[in-house]
Write a protein of this length. Structure first.
Length: 254
């Protein structure tokens, strides 16, 4: 009996340091998890504006930002309707930009996340903002449209692996900066703010097009056509030339 008690005592004495270490590690890692969750939560709420952002509350990504006539395009990168619009108007936008008379401001929204659940629209919009930081916004969007699932209920764009692969396909992307930005959700707060403004304006579907802050009817439908949009832009350009002081400058809006 005495020997048995002595053996148990010796085992107990050996286990005490181990048990104490496990308890300490549990506290440390548990605390780290809580701290990590707090940091991530704080980061999601923080609005980090992408490089070169402009427009009201700095929520737009501008292309050709030096002229007074502005087209604002609200796009949901998870939405097939936004993809179809981008394909239909790609050449029209390129022609308008080449003419040097209009600038385009892209506003990224997440209405499809609201409608179908998930966070693919948020994740890919953040990644697009990360690409904007590196001067590869349009190139990245081209890759997003090519990879977008046919069914908007498919939340495949939430995959960080896919988002990083699209960055490689966009070429000339500094992965050392792009990947941490994607993983960290650096621009999540900025995207959420854009969606909040979109919803507050009463919009429920993307795309939405505005010309000098006036909503153009029929974007994403049959009412608006590339030819009709070009006509509206030409009219706005003439009005801006006739009344230059009445048109807000890009620097003022930014």
């Amino acid at each position: 009996m005495t020997g048995s008690k002595g053996l148990k005592a010796r085992r107990g004495s050996r286990l005490k340091p181990y048990i104490g270490t496990v308890a300490v590690l549990a506290v440390v890692f548990g605390g780290s998890a809580l701290i990590g969750a707090h940091v991530r939560g704080a980061k999601e709420d923080k609005v980090k504006v992408p490089t070169g952002a402009s427009g009201q509350e700095m929520l737009a990504v501008p292309v050709n930002p030096t002229v007074p006539v502005t087209l604002t395009v609200y796009e949901d990168l998870r939405s097939p309707a936004s993809k179809a619009f981008a394909a239909q108007y790609k050449d029209t936008f390129a022609t308008l930009l080449a003419g040097g008379q209009v600038r385009i401001e892209y506003r990224l929204v997440t209405q499809s996340d609201t409608e179908y659940g998930g966070r693919g629209a948020l994740a890919v919009a953040n990644a697009a903002a990360c690409a904007q930081d590196l001067g590869r916004f349009k190139e990245y969007l081209d890759q997003v449209w090519a990879a977008q699932p046919t069914d908007p209920k498919d939340d495949a764009l939430t995959s960080q692996k896919l988002l990083k692969e699209l960055g490689k396909k966009a070429h000339k992307m500094d992965e050392a900066k792009f990947v941490p930005c994607v993983q960290g959700g650096d621009h999540d707060g900025w995207v959420r703010k854009s969606q909040k403004a979109f919803a507050a304006a009463g919009f429920t579907t993307a795309p939405v097009v505005q010309l000098n802050d006036q909503t153009v009817a029929g974007a994403g439908g049959k009412t608006l056509t590339p030819a009709a949009l070009r006509t509206l832009v030409r009219k706005a350009v003439k009005e801006a030339a006739a009344h230059p002081s009445a048109t807000p400058s890009p620097s003022a809006s930014a």
